[in-house]
Design a protein around this ligand. Structure first.
Ligand code: DOR
Ligand code: ZN
Ligand code: ZN
Length: 354
């Protein structure tokens, strides 16, 4: 048996409000617990998006009723920029500010760099900023972190050139941190024939073997593993306009533990990237009496049929993994044991309350 702290996923899409046929606060937090996560930070590209006081309040009410693990809510940076006063007023209630700088799922997108400047100037320094920025956009937003001398977290880094730029920027003292998803660590474009081109749509795309290898070679530069759990139903994925995104909450830790069993990763690296670093970067509270118990020897096969997410599929279908969550204690109560969710809806707490 191995004991881990309650793991933190700083990047999930739980789809409520507006997309509850894909996932909601109940099923999404069940998936989190089944995957060994006791805290998730939820992205704002819901319908409507979380982007002002009213939408933040509405989402937080839903989460409070239904979440089974602890959670925080991102505030989305919208094109109608929030004032410095609004940002300061909302900062204590939000996990962070999310800026979408490339096209992806949902309406939140900031193309005009003067808007980026607005948010970098007026977002309180202690409010984490996380950004979806790919390729040249990533280099451009790193400049903002340097210009405004404030921390910036780069979501789902997936390419060789990106991780090399990040390494260089960190070495020059620019205050950036970054995360990588399990799907970019464990899948490449060579998996697309098996997954199917439509189902395999995800932003950032699955990339080349060389990109994947560069992520592993630069694992010391990667601060967090984050699932970017982005459930869409099979009907949607197999339909005429497949939306991008993979579910990931229930497969991340088993994949990472399998890499650990193979000697490609250490348990300490999993703990720093799924607990210590996200806690520091996002100023997250300690969860007292919280632990995740693992059977590191259990071998099993990933099957969508055995998952809690509502979306009903996984790009890792059929993969053999080693390492299984056996029990989770969350704030003194058993929240998960041997495949059963024991935490009730509403047990989860908003990490920004008090
Ligand atoms: O593949 C993705 N899906 N990438 C994103 O940036 C958004 C996400 C979603 O919300 O579906
Ligand atoms: Zn994204
Ligand atoms: Zn995302």
């Amino acid at each position: 048996m191995i004991q881990l702290p309650g793991l933190i996923d700083p990047h999930v899409h739980l789809r409520e409000p507006g997309g509850t046929h894909k996932e909601d606060w109940d099923t999404g937090t069940q998936a989190a617990l089944a995957g060994g996560f006791t805290m998730v930070l939820a992205m704002p590209n819901t319908q409507p998006p979380v982007m002002d006081a009213e939408s933040l309040k509405a989402c937080s009410t839903l989460a409070a009723q239904k979440a089974r693990c602890d959670y925080g809510l991102y505030l989305g940076a919208s094109q109608a920029p929030l004032s410095a006063g609004d940002l300061a007023a909302l900062a204590p209630d939000a996990a962070g500010l999310k800026m979408y700088l490339n096209h992806t799922f949902g309406p939140l997108l900031l193309e005009d760099m003067s808007l980026w400047m607005h948010y970098f100037e007026h977002t309180p320094k202690n409010m984490p900023i996380a950004t979806h920025a790919e390729g040249h956009t990533l280099a451009a937003v790193i400049l903002m972190a340097q210009l405004y001398k404030r921390p910036l977290h780069l979501c789902h880094v997936s390419r060789r050139d990106e991780i090399l730029v990040i390494r260089e920027a960190k070495e020059k003292g620019i205050p950036i941190t970054c995360e990588v998803t399990p799907h970019h660590l464990f899948l490449t474009e060579e998996d697309l024939p098996r997954i199917g081109n439509a189902r395999g749509q995800v932003r950032p795309d699955l990339n080349t073997k060389a990109d994947q290898q560069a992520l592993w070679e630069n694992i010391d530069v990667i601060d967090c593993f984050a699932t970017d759990h982005a459930p869409h139903t099979l009907g949607e994925k197999d339909g005429p306009k497949p939306p991008p995104g993979f579910p990931g909450l229930e497969t991340a830790l088993p994949l990472l533990l399998t890499a650990a069993a193979e000697g490609r990763l250490t348990i300490e690296q999993i703990i720093s990237r799924c607990y210590t670093n996200p806690r520091r970067i996002f100023h997250l509270p300690e969860q007292a009496e919280t632990r995740v118990e693992i059977d590191p020897l259990a071998k099993w096969e990933i099957k969508a049929a055995n998952t809690f997410t509502r979306c009903g599929w996984t790009p890792f279908e059929g993969m053999q993994v080693q390492g299984k969550v056996t029990r989770i204690t969350l704030r003194g109560k058993i929240a998960y044991q041997d495949g059963r969710i024991l935490a009730e809806p509403g047990y989860g707490m908003n990490i920004r309350k008090n």
